[in-house]
Design a protein around this ligand. Sequence first.
Ligand SMILES: *Cc1c(COP(=O)(O)O)cnc(C)c1O
Length: 227
Amino acid sequence: MSRLDEIAHNLRVVQDRIRVTCEKAKRDVNEITLIAVTKTFGVEDLKLLYSLGLRQFGENRDQEASKKCKDLPDDINWHFQGQIQSNKLKSICSWANCIQSVDQLKHAQIISDLSIDSPKSIFIQVSLDDPPESRGGVDPAKLEELAFQITKLPGVKIKGLMAVAPADNADAQAFINLQHIHTNFKSKFPLAKSLSAGMSGDLEVAILHGATHLRIGSSILGNRVPL
Ligand SMILES: *Cc1c(COP(=O)(O)O)cnc(C)c1O
């Protein structure tokens, strides 16, 4: 099987999982944005994904992504979803259309200053870990205040919330909590309609609990070789 056939097959399986789950959840499949998480994979794989129609790519390292995007068409929507370092933000803002992993006001301020001419889409990352914030993301108890401060910044637009399920918690409870946090959040920040949750192993439970953006890596591209 060629690499193109392999990726095309994997992509169909993922799209079927999304479609079946949307039917079960009585949700419109067009509400779901599939982001192919392309970190660690070479630019040839990204070109294959592009040829299969994908236009949303997720990366978590600035150096890697800023190189890859030079070799790809410019109608791709690039998502940065890794841990943010202040000194990398200038570069990240030069290629990322959306920054999914904002969890500190000081980072949002830098992004805003860099994006005054064309405000940057961001998600606020919420921690679902116990104790909170152990792997990035803001403590849910501090989310509203952070978002309130961020709404004052002219160069960023909060699209929604992003979260990663706790490593040791495969059941639905984390996603139930997250949906509750997001519903409450939208009542205060009505423009923040999106919820980025769901990876290869948990996309079904994420869709059942309101995810609008899925970040899928290994189910489409196979196992990553550790860097
Ligand atoms: C790597 C990564 C993903 C994709 O994970 P898979 O299990 O390969 O689908 C999604 N979200 C974040 C934040 C990641 O770092």
